[in-house]
Design a protein around this ligand. Structure first.
Ligand code: C6P
Length: 419
């Protein structure tokens, strides 16, 4: 791996070598060109090894057994939590709650904090960019409590319009917004929105599912009250995610799920609950994947988050340059056409080719992209789009992947007779 070296779009063969899947070929014999990291990232060998090591060397339940491998598993599990705390610059590991994914982290807040704090007539403010995971839980909460949803609007390029933010914040108890749009790649001015929300007394949840893999996130600098992420988008395994929450808020919240491990004492009549963060971790946790997520964080930290960002910025600039001639032939690129404001996503449509057809043609060349509404149906409606074809980059991508994408688009142009 290119540890700490200044990032560049020059193919970094060592990074690619760390990802065994990138040596695979498709059934058509094409090299795998993986451009769907916004859906899920690939995993370095170190992460795969960490999972195998847990199961083959010290598989045991945590927080229970006194024997050696149980203590080792508990230590590794809690050490991974401490790594996440450090990665996000949380004040302490107790502010890091393991969940299954970002979706569950958001649901935890909606059920626990929302159930205890939201009342009829309160406002929940979202943006029009939200992924369904940061929209549907609030719709359901609004139905349960009588609260109302409001949206920060976006313009035709998907840029949030903040001119009326102070008006939108009136009566607002909670703002829930994405840090980076999964559909367009737009990086939102979260610190500014948090500060303005706090000045009116609102709590802010940030959906960091697309930001934590790509940006150096500092939850204290952002002053986010809650921050949600999924390990699988940042080199870690599926089935493990994180809710960061400020201690004061987490402490005041009732448990979300209940059962073993989250209690202090139980009688036939009543129960008292464990300290943070275990109060929110009912039942046996996803031990192996939490530990392996810790390994993914080690990998990202060794690479350097500033290098992740620099690499993606450079790759995106190269992609915009290579795609420019196709724009003259009907390629439409959505979102900020600006590497400073976008996080490694190119969302597009090519003339009147359906995004799914485009994805299928690219697939014949081994190029993996996502087509569809990207779990942002309201945003699609707002932008008057049925679907987009989305290519998304990560540290293991290089110029050759962009070249393959462009070649695939040219093949589509030939098939659909686009001159
Ligand atoms: N977006 C995509 O292809 P989960 O499924 O819980 O790991 O992540 C949900 C989620 C929440 N917020 C944002 C901004 C997201 O992008 C996602 C997941 C993937 O865009 C899969 S739909």
């Amino acid at each position: 791996m290119n540890r700490g070296a200044s990032a560049t779009v020059t193919p970094d063969l060592n990074v690619r070598a760390d990802f065994p899947i990138l040596k695979e070929r498709t059934s058509r014999g094409k090299p795998l060109i993986y451009l769907d990291s916004a859906a899920t990232s690939q995993k370095p060998q170190a992460v795969i090894d960490a999972i195998a090591r847990y199961y083959s060397e010290y598989n045991a339940n945590i927080h229970r057994g006194v024997y050696e491998i149980a203590a080792r598993a508990t230590d590794a599990f809690e050490e991974a939590r401490a790594k996440v705390a450090r990665f996000l610059n949380a004040a302490e590991p107790a502010e890091i709650v393991w969940t299954r994914n970002a979706t569950e982290a958001i649901n935890l807040v909606a059920w626990s904090w929302g159930g205890a704090n939201l009342h009829a007539g309160d406002i929940i403010l979202l943006t029009q960019l939200e992924h369904h995971s940061n929209l549907v839980p609030w719709q359901l909460l609004a139905e349960r409590t009588g609260a109302h949803l409001r949206y920060i609007p976006v313009d035709d390029r998907g840029e949030p319009i903040l001119d009326d933010l102070d008006t939108l914040l009136q009566g607002c108890a909670l703002v829930a917004l994405t840090h980076v749009s999964n559909t367009l790649g737009t990086i939102l001015p979260v610190a500014e929105i948090v500060a303005r929300a706090h000045s009116t007394g609102a709590i802010v949840l940030v959906d960091g599912a697309q930001a934590a893999p790509h940006l150096a996130v500092d939850v204290r600098a952002l002053d986010a009250d809650f921050y949600a992420l999924s390990a699988h988008k940042m080199l870690g395994p599926t089935g493990i995610g994180v809710l960061y929450g400020k201690r004061r808020l987490l402490e005041a919240m009732p448990p979300f799920l209940s059962g073993g491990d989250m209690i202090r004492s139980v009688s036939y009549e009543r129960s008292t609950f464990n300290e943070l963060p275990w109060k929110f971790e009912a039942g046996t946790s996803n031990i192996a994947d939490a530990i392996a997520f810790g390994t993914a964080i080690d990998y990202l930290e060794a690479y350097g988050m500033e290098n992740v960002r620099a690499h993606e910025r450079a790759l995106l600039a190269y992609a915009f340059e290579r795609l420019a001639p196709l724009e003259a032939r009907g390629l439409a690129i959505y979102g900020p056409h600006d590497v400073e404001r976008s996080s490694g996503v190119v969302s597009m449509n090519f003339a009147d080719i359906h995004a799914h057809d485009l994805a299928s043609i690219l697939d014949t060349e081994g190029v993996c992209i996502r087509a569809g509404h990207h779990c942002t149906m309201p945003l699609m409606a707002r932008l008057d789009l049925a679907a987009t074809a989305r290519a998304s980059f990560y540290i293991y991508n290089d110029r050759r992947d962009v070249d393959a994408l462009v070649a695939g688009l040219e093949k589509a142009a030939t098939i659909f007779r686009i001159s």
